[in-house]
Structure formats: C-alpha cells, structure tokens
Design a protein around this ligand. Sequence first.
Ligand code: ADP
Ligand code: 5SP
Length: 505
Amino acid sequence: MKEMNEYVIGVDLGTSAVKVSAMDHDGKIIAQQSYGYDLHQPHPGYSEQDPRDWLYGTTIAIDRLILRDGIKAEEIKGISFSGQMHGLVLLDADGQVLRPAMLWNDTRTTKQCEEIKTAMGDKFIDITGNRALEGFTLPKLLWVKENEPEIWAKAKSFLLPKDYVRYVMTGKQAIDYSDATGTVLFDIKKNAWSKEICDTFDIPESMCPSLIRSIDEAGTITDSYAMFSGLKTTTKVFGGGGDNACGAVGAGILKPNMVMSSIGTSGVILKYEPDANVDYHGALQYECHAIPDTYYSMGVTLAAGHSLNWFKHTFAKDEDFTEMVNRAAKRPLGANGLIFTPYIVGERTPYADADIRGSFIGVDSMQNKYDFVRAVIEGITFSFRDILNIYDQHGQDFDTVVAIGGGAKSDFWLQLQADIFNKKVVSLTNEQGPGLGAAMLAAVGLGWFNSLQDCAKKFVHFGKAYEPQPETVKKYDELYKIYHQIYDQTKGLSHQIMKLRNSWD
Ligand SMILES: Nc1ncnc2c1ncn2[C@@H]1O[C@H](COP(=O)(O)OP(=O)(O)O)[C@@H](O)[C@H]1O
Ligand SMILES: O=C(CO)[C@@H](O)[C@H](O)COP(=O)(O)O
C-alpha cells in the first residue's frame, strides 16, 4: 500500500499577494499558489488593506493546492506563516475587525511618533531597540485613539496581519516574538510586553495578544474554518513570524557573516544578530528573530518593488514585467544620466521622513521609457547601499548577501546588486524566501527536525553567485556619490509640496 504523503504549508502573507507553498520532508516544493489583493491609498500617507481579503486570499490559495495540485487535506500536517509586519488589525470583544488594517507603509502617524519621542526620549529605544517610526504599530494605535474615539472605545485587542489569519483558522489570538518587537510595545531585553510603554500611552495591557514562539503550536483548525476551507481539524497551526524574519530563515541567514537583501514591495537589508545588546541607537530596526532566542537588525526602503510596480502600472501597464526589466537591462549604465530616488511613499531608512517624495534627476530628451525603468531599478538598489553604509559605520562586516523577494527573479537585478554593493550576491534556487521560512517553522514545530539550522540543511539551496565586476563597481561608485546627495537637496522642496497638498485637501 502506498504510504500517505505528508506536507507542510508556508503561507507568505505579502503586501501585493499571499503566496502558499506546500513542501515535503525533503524540503522539496510540491506545489505553489498565490492570490493577489488590493492596496488602498485614499490620502497621501495612508495605506490600508481589508483583513478579510487576506483571509479569503489565503483560503482560496490553499484550496487551489487541494483542488488544482491534488494535495489531500489530510496530507497537510502543519501550516505556518510569514506576514507583512507592523500592520494594525483592531478587533472588538467578539473578535470582529473594527476598521481597515493600517499597514507598515502607512505614514499618517508623524504626530503620534513625535508624542512618543517627547514622552519617553531615548528610554524608548533602550526598551524596544527601535525608534518610534510611522510604520510601526504603537503610533497607529495612538492615531486611532486620537482620531476615531468611537472605534477605540470598542477595541478590545489588536493583532498583526498573519496573526489575524491564524486567529480565524484556530480561534486563538496570539502573536509571535518577531512580530511583537515590530509593534514597539515590546521590551526586547525582558522578552515581554512593556508595562512602562503601555502605562505611558494608556494602552490597556489586556489589548496585547499572548506571546508565542515562531515554532510553537498555536492551535489546530477549528470546525468552522474546516467547514469554510476544506482543511482538516487535525492540521496543526504554528506561530510563524514577520516576513523578514521568515525570509532570513528561508534564505539560510543563520550566522552573523551573512546578510539578506529582500526586494519585495519594500526593500530590506537584514543582518543576523546573536544577542539583544548590539546598539545601533535606533538607526536600524532591531527585532527578535523567528529562530528562538536570537535577533536581527535591518534597514527598510519603503518603496522598493513598489516603485517599479508603480512605474509599470502607470507607464507600461500592458507590458510583460520580465520583458520590461530585460529591455531596461539593455540601456546604458546610469540610464543616460537619469537618477531616481524611490521615496514615493516617504522613506524609513536611513531617512525617517514621511514627507519626502521621489524624484527623477537628469531628465533628458534622449532618454526613452526603458532608461526610466533602469533608473528606477538603479535608484532602488542605491537606497539599499544607503542602508549598507550604516553597517559600515558601525564596523559590521560580512562577505555574502543572499538575495530574495520578487526582485531576485531578475538576473540583471542580482548582478546590479553585486556591482552596487561591491559584495558577492547569492540567489536561492527557488525564490521563496519568506514562504520557505514559514514552511520550515511548521516542519520544526512538527518535530520533523530538531532545529531550524538542521532544517536549513535540507530546505535551503543556494543558487547562482554574482561577483562584483570591478569596472562596473567603479562607475556605480561615482554615480552613487551623486545619488546620495539627492535626499538633502530635495527635502525642502518635497516638504513644501506636501504642506501645500495637505492644505488643499
Ligand atoms: N520578473 C521580475 N523582475 C524583477 N522584479 C520583479 C519581477 N516580478 C516582480 N518583481 C518585483 O517584485 C515585487 C514583488 O515581490 P514580492 O516579494 O512578491 O513582494 P511582497 O511579498 O511584498 O508581496 C514587485 O513589486 C516587483 O517590483
Ligand atoms: O515594514 C517592513 C519591515 O519593517 C516591511 O518589510 C513589511 O514587513 C512588508 O514587507 P513586504 O510586503 O515588502 O515583504
């Protein structure tokens, strides 16, 4: 008799889509499905999604694994998650969603960030490992409290995006440590919600969900979700983690000499950190890892893939994505003198500035559309170099960058990263960093492996390595020196324009 197959499912709840991957004991990807959803930006700085879209998208994608790929529901032994970080899902006493989720790239909370700084100063960084920035969850809670008192009065708990989906699946509200750090309500040294921060801002501690580890079992599928989805109630559901923590697990970033670059909607440079005491004074984010008792630091470009998506959607809607990028690759280095800064929704690292906006500098009548695409791709990659500079300034060295995210699908962009960073860049054989990391969390949670490190030996496979090309490195160095000045030189203008837009609203 044929033995029954056993699979784990990694759910990667991204900003543009949810992607689900089914993997077997050998780390082989058996099937993948995805489902896209909309991003709502009703005013400058606002960025929202409906949590029910995440739920329906995840359920449909998993159902497609069952209906289209022939995976049997009883073969799914475990599910875990990678989730877009920081987004606020507010729930009432019955666990119903009270308002659209405010996402990680929603920057309406500058006033609340100022209030946090005024109330707590550097103490806040000592406790949380982070500055209070617009995208994080605490400022969002304060925004709702100040601007929507009738909703705040009904709010009994909050969750982050993937925690909401897990809650509907299991009926239990919880958050894992990696996403808890991203709320900036969490004491990173005590490994617990910060009573001092809750008290200072009058957030009832009872609103904060229970803490679990990324590899912990959060529950099993409830009867009602089994009925709704076709999944079995025997499937175990594990904590999961923030997408960057999961991306790092799936990219095999398990020691300090490696960093990850991720080009998703956002862009991230992330470094594994062995303990809670490395001090970047808030210049970088500092978060609990999905690997128990370890940490990571990172810098975030708010609009990396988002800049390229925006450009395509606005100016090249009917073109194939890969074809558009390939044409850009054929344009000259430096896009015939055009430089782009990717600040189209404001920026986080190194410039925590909600009101900065992007620019094209050097527009010339000899340039064509693909020079613009190339400038966008180069500008995004320069913004990553701005983050790498912070590591340099803190004397942190590393030799390999592992590239993940949608941007890592492009050979051209991988080589460009090597040339702009002047570091070896390695890809994965199957670009599914966060989803792979999520599946690994379920595999370890189920006891298939003793540790994530053991699991990585089977699940993580490095692909092609891209070496920096000295001549190209030199030219990009020269160009970067100009790019690096654009923030300071455009800041005043950007702020004036934003003030005007706001006054016209
Ligand atoms: N063929 C491609 N070449 C280069 N970049 C791509 C390609 N396809 C998608 N992308 C970029 O990848 C991004 C999506 O990456 P992904 O990791 O899936 O994002 P998220 O997890 O935020 O939803 C898009 O914003 C797009 O700019
Ligand atoms: O805000 C952050 C990290 O601090 C973002 O990285 C989000 O977690 C969204 O990620 P993607 O959708 O781009 O993967």
